[in-house]
Design a protein around this ligand. Structure first.
Ligand code: RRO
Length: 304
């Protein structure tokens, strides 16, 4: 089965990306995997200022997956430009890289795009509108405010010609509206979904995570992500990037059937950094055994 697919004006050698927050900026996995064999990866979300992140423990496992509250630990705009992007420019030749952006205000997203757009080494931006763990910002994420979605996406659009992918939230009761707003504001693609807000408590009533609540990911997120992709497919013809509980080839195929042109591996690659490469190989085998010609044949296209 041919895995290569063309999106955003470039070739993805396979449809498997590592999700934001699970692979740093690629260089952190240098000794463990060859990131250049992946379809691509999304960096840890970059904020204007460097952030140390939340109090430990930052992750806790449970039967359905994992709860995290990393708290946006990252080197900040200047640190990413100085320490991270040059490595990507020098070392990543075939995998496509999206830089994830997270602001605390609309203006911060725009300053991030302005501050990174002329750097080398990456294809485009994944605009993270849906971090559930931003204590500094407080309140619900921007993805749940349609006017903020319009303002952020259109502001980023006006400042960059690069592909712009908006990452949306799973707990969005008006997902169709959000998808339409992001589309009308000029996004080139949508990533569905970020983690679901959750809480794990110990028997003494204390939270398992240092920060208290966090975001749920892993197998428990898969049906939520597939539903979100499926619903988004009805409201936009933009390429969709499916994320949530992707591990086995059948998971990726389910996302494709829902409408995802690319999939992102998150929690599975936290546990095993090779999960993405293994999935790409497994997908090829899965399709070959069934006589499927290409990944593209599996992807549900927009009806309209
Ligand atoms: O850093 C985090 O705690 C985090 C982020 Br930015 C996000 O978008 N999603 C998530 O589950 N954790």
């Amino acid at each position: 089965m041919r895995l290569a697919t063309h999106l955003f004006g470039v070739r993805f050698q396979n449809p498997v990306l590592l999700a934001a927050g699970t692979c740093g900026f690629g260089m952190e996995l240098e000794d463990v995997i060859d990131v250049d064999r992946l379809g691509g990866f999304v960096t840890k979300s970059v904020t204007l200022e460097a952030r140390a992140g939340n109090a430990p423990p930052r992750v806790a496992e449970f039967g359905g997956g994992m709860l995290n509250s990393i708290g946006l630990a990252n080197p900040g705009l200047a640190g990413a430009r100085r320490e991270k992007l040059p490595w990507i420019a020098a070392n990543v030749k075939r995998a496509q890289v999206l830089v994830s952006l997270a602001g605390h205000t609309v203006q911060e997203y725009l300053r991030l795009v302005e501050g990174l757009d002329d750097a080398d080494g990456f294809l485009g931006f994944e605009v993270n509108l849906s971090c559930p763990n931003d204590a500094r910002r407080g309140g619900p994420p921007f993805a749940l405010d349609p006017d903020a979605v319009t303002e952020i996406v259109s502001g980023c659009r006006a400042r960059s010609q690069r592909p712009l992918v908006a990452k949306l939230a799973p707990n969005d009761a008006r997902l169709g509206t959000t998808v339409s707003r992001a589309t009308e504001a000029g996004a080139d693609g949508l990533t569905l979904v970020n983690t679901v807000p959750g809480l794990l408590l110990k028997t003494d009533g204390d939270p398992e995570l240092g920060a208290g609540p966090g975001g749920v990911s892993g197998p428990a997120l898969r049906p939520i992500g597939i539903r979100a992709v499926s619903e988004a497919r009805v409201h936009t013809s933009l390429p969709l990037l499916g994320v949530g509980g992707v591990s086995a080839p059948v998971d990726a195929v389910a996302y494709a059937r829902a409408g995802a042109s690319l999939v992102q591996v998150g929690t599975a690659s936290f546990a095993d950094p090779r999960a993405g490469q293994r999935l790409a190989r497994g997908l090829e085998r899965w399709g070959r055994r069934r006589g499927v010609g290409s990944w593209d044949e599996l992807v549900r296209t927009a009806e309209a």
